[in-house]
Every structure is written in C-alpha cells, then in structure tokens.
Design a protein around this ligand. Structure first.
Ligand code: ADP
Length: 450
C-alpha cells in the first residue's frame, strides 16, 4: 500500500498531486531547489526536502538525490508530474532497483515511446494508422530526401527524440530540403543530443485531437474521451478543450479504440495520452504517445468527474481501474487556458519579475485554477514561465466559452507581463467561437487576435 509519496516536481503540478494525496490520506513529500524554498508546493506538502541550487540539472533533475531522500524518508512511491524526470526511463529503472514505486508505466513502455520513430514502428505493426512518411533507422540523407520527394511537398521533418516542438521543420519544396534537414538536425543535436530524423507528410490544416487512456496491471484499459489541442503557437498548446467540438460519436469511438490498441501494443499501465492528427476528411493518424500525466488533463477531469491523479495512484497500488468503459461518461464542456509570464508584444519572450499582484478568478464548481505561485512570488528564469492554468466548465461549449472569457477578464496580474489579453482575444474571436479549429488557427487568424 502506498502511504507516502514524494513529488519529484515543482509548481502547479506538484501542488495538484499533493492535493489528491491529501484527499487519499497519503503523506506527501515535496522537493525544492534554492529558488523554490518558499514556494507553494513546499508549503502544501507534509514534508519537504531541499535538492540543490536553482538550475534544474542541479535540483529537479537529480534523480540520484531524489532517491536518496526516498530511502531516508521511507517513501513508497515517486510521482514525477510532467517534464523533468517524468519520461526518463533511466530514472524509472533506478526507482525499481531501489524498491521505490515510479508512478508511471513500465520502463519498456517509456523507452518504446521515447523515440517518435521507434514508436511509429511499433504502432505500424499494431495496425494503428500513421501519418504517411519515413521513420526508419537508416539515416542516409539521400533516403530521407527520396521519401520526401516521393511523398510530395509540403513535408515535416521531426527529431525522433523531439518534444516541445523542437527539431521540427516544415519543408515546402525539394529545393529547400537539404538546408532544412541540416537545420533541423542541428537543433535536435543541441536540444536532445540526438539528431535522428523522421519525415512526415505535412498536413496543412489538421486538428490535434488526443485521447486520454488508462490501463491497469490486470489487462484492463479504458479511454476517457478526447481533448482538442489545436490552438497552438509554434507547435505548443495554448488553449485546450474537451470534448473536441463537432466530433461524431463513431469517430470518437474509433479513435478511442485505436488509442487503446496503441496502449495494449506496449503493455501500458497508468495514464497515457495518444496524440492524433485529425485531417479535414475525418482520417486520423497517430503522432506520438506521452507516457505521463499531461498539462491539460484537467479538462478531462472536468467533463468526466474523475480524478486522474487518484487513478494513477490506484494503478500504481496494483488496484483495478476505478471504472469500466461503460461506467464512464462525459458531461458538458471544458476549456483550459495556459497563463504564461511572457510578452506577446515581444515575440513571446519569457518574462520574469515579482508577482506584485495576483488575483485569480474565484474557484467554484465551474472554475478551477491550478497554480504553483502566490502573490509576492518571483517568476524566475530557471523554469517554465507558466503562472497558472485556468480551467472552466459549463453545460455546453458556448456557455463554457463565455465563462472562460469572463474569467480571463477577471484575472489580475501585476509585476510580470503575461499573455492574458492574448488569451482573451483568442477566446473572444469569431472563428474560435465558431469552433473553426486547426493547428494553424493562430497563424491563420493573426489579424483578429494580435
Ligand atoms: P512535439 O513532441 O515536439 O510536441 P509532436 O509530434 O507532438 O511534437 O507535434 C506537435 C505539433 O506539431 C502537433 O500538435 C501539430 O500541430 C504539429 N504537427 C506534428 N506533425 C504534423 C504533421 N505531420 N502535419 C502537420 N502538423 C503536424
């Protein structure tokens, strides 16, 4: 039985996990860097231990130190949150060696999905539809160029080890190919220390629709419906929603089944997200699987009424899934807007400073604010500049969207530049209200939102 959990993370997700631990009567241990000594997650946890100096590599990425603390404090399980060590197979392996439960899937599953090209090879075998392209091990540039030419332009080059939109390049013609490949490889090398590439047909106006799956160690698997994350800037999600608007029930079921097929192909356990591109003609293609809790998981919680962190802990405890597919249902509509310390008037550069004013909308059953900061806190250069996730729910999309706009109007943050006005302009724009969603939404509607 898991009685004590260490949360190997910071900020809003550490606070989020601590809240569920408390509800379940589990003792929580926070970790912190010198920059976070007085942070909210440290205050909320039952116990807290210092890891080291502010840079992540000296603190939140120190798996060795984290495990030492686990042993010393009699911790049963580690929750890695997202980012940092959450998809680090080496860390999961070390946890297993030391007899600490890693709240996540098996090491094999993390490894298998850690490379976009290896993941696609597995999914192809399992019969999950893929974006046409080349994802082989042979990295001869001639071969990659030939598959791009055969497929026809535009194509998208992607780093196999990629994440966060890095190492990705659109290529619009054969003439551009060589330069784009070299540039993408350079970026991949510097970001991931691995310049392996794959190439895909570039879909010009797809939607990003992802399926939340959950499996236990007893061969059960369910999907908790979908999220539409098409509103992106430079391939990074800005506003997410669930369910996906205009989604026929039979398509939802086919995507859910494909996602479960993907999960079963790698003996999955715990929370996972299978990301698909949904093309204008209704075809959908596997993009990648994230083997952790996603930033945008709250919208799924709002429409299903389930606590995904509680599910994760139960699965880690070897229990069967709390619900079967038939027992799951969804109600209403939910949005999440990511509130960032960044400057929309200066190329969205991350902003820093002291939060001299922080007045979030009041939480109730329609409004949820997941945050890791309080008024007076510093937004530093060291970590992701997300200040909060604003999550709203209502019985339909239209009502939920007006609630989102109202909450954004209510949000008051001083001392640090934020993207709140920008989020508001998206939420209030005609095309967003009409749910004209595609991953190029922001580029396409630049004029009405900037
Ligand atoms: P990362 O892991 O770096 O976030 P993903 O493979 O998840 O990269 O893709 C991120 C985003 O890039 C997607 O949500 C989508 O908007 C866009 N994208 C990825 N593959 C394609 C493609 N083949 N065609 C068009 N857009 C794509």
């Amino acid at each position: 039985m898991i009685k004590k959990i260490l949360i190997a993370n910071r900020g809003e997700i550490a606070c989020r996990v601590i809240k569920t631990a408390k509800q379940m009567g589990i003792t929580s241990v926070a970790v912190y860097s010198d920059a976070d000594e007085n942070a909210l997650h440290v205050k909320l946890a039952d116990e807290a231990v210092r890891l080291g100096p502010a840079p992540s590599k000296d603190s939140y990425l120190r798996g060795d130190l984290i495990l030492e603390h686990c042993k010393r404090l009699n911790v049963d399980a580690v929750h890695p949150g997202y980012g940092f060590l959450s998809e680090n197979a080496g860390f999961a392996k070390e946890c297993a060696k030391q007899g600490v439960i890693f709240i996540g899937p098996t090491i094999e599953a993390i490894e298998a999905m850690g490379s976009k090209s290896a993941a696609k090879q597995i999914m192809q075998k399992a019969g999950v539809p893929l974006v046409p392209g080349y994802h082989g091990d042979d990295q001869d540039p001639e071969l990659i160029r030939k598959s791009a030419n055969d497929m026809g332009y535009p194509v998208l080059l992607k780093a196999a080890a990629g994440g966060g939109g890095k190492g990705m390049r659109q290529v619009w013609s054969a003439q551009e190919f060589d330069d784009a490949l070299a540039a993408a490889k350079r970026e991949a090398m510097s970001s991931f220390n691995d310049d392996k590439m794959l190439v895909e047909k570039y879909l010009t106006e797809p939607r990003h629709v992802e399926i939340q799956v959950f499996c236990d160690n007893h061969k059960n698997g369910v999907y908790l419906f979908e999220r539409d994350c098409s509103i992106q800037r430079r391939h990074q999600k800005v506003i997410e929603e669930a369910p996906a608007p205009n989604m026929p029930q039979d398509l939802r079921e086919r995507m859910g089944d494909a996602a479960l097929k993907a999960a079963f192909a790698i003996n999955y356990a715990g929370a996972g997200t299978v990301e698909f591109l949904l093309d204008t003609d209704g075809s959908f293609y596997f993009m990648e699987m994230n083997t952790r809790l996603q930033v945008e998981h709250p919208v799924t919680e709002m429409i299903t009424g389930e606590d995904l962190v509680e599910w994760q802990i139960k699965v880690a405890n070897n229990e069967v899934l709390p619900k079967t597919q038939e027992e799951l249902s969804m109600r209403g509509h939910s949005f999440e807007a990511r509130v960032y310390a960044e400057d929309p008037n200066n190329d969205f550069l991350p902003a820093t400073g002291t939060l001299s004013l922080l007045k979030a909308p009041i939480e109730n059953r329609f409004v949820r604010v997941d945050t890791g900061v309080e008024q007076g806190d510093e937004v530093s250069i060291y970590y992701d500049p997300m200040i909060a996730k604003l999550i709203v729910w209502d019985e339909n999309r239209e009502k939920a969207l007006s609630r989102l706009a109202a909450c954004l109007a209510d949000y008051a943050i001083g001392g640090v530049v934020t993207n709140i006005d920008y989020l508001k302009r998206i939420a209030c724009s005609g095309p967003f209200q009409a749910a004209e969603l595609s991953t190029d939404f922001i580029e396409r509607h630049q004029d009405s939102i900037s």
